[in-house]
Design a protein around this ligand. Sequence first.
Ligand SMILES: [Zn+2]
Length: 77
Amino acid sequence: MATCPKCGGHLTSRHRCRRTTEQTVIDAVLSAAAGGFWALAMAALFDRGGLTADADMMFFFGGAVIGATTQAWLRRR
Ligand SMILES: [Zn+2]
């Protein structure tokens, strides 16, 4: 039986790669960072006057949580 080049598992028609902890952590960090920066970009875009400058970190973490949650949700299907 052929083996998967990525994870070394048996390459059946229903094969899905097992994810390593490292990959999972990297994915979570990247998606959180992407979500955070996206939220910051949105805040900057809609807030030309800088009214929410004090809340930048709040936007970043809010976006990070949304990004990580979305990514975790997407990965489950
Ligand atoms: Zn695989």
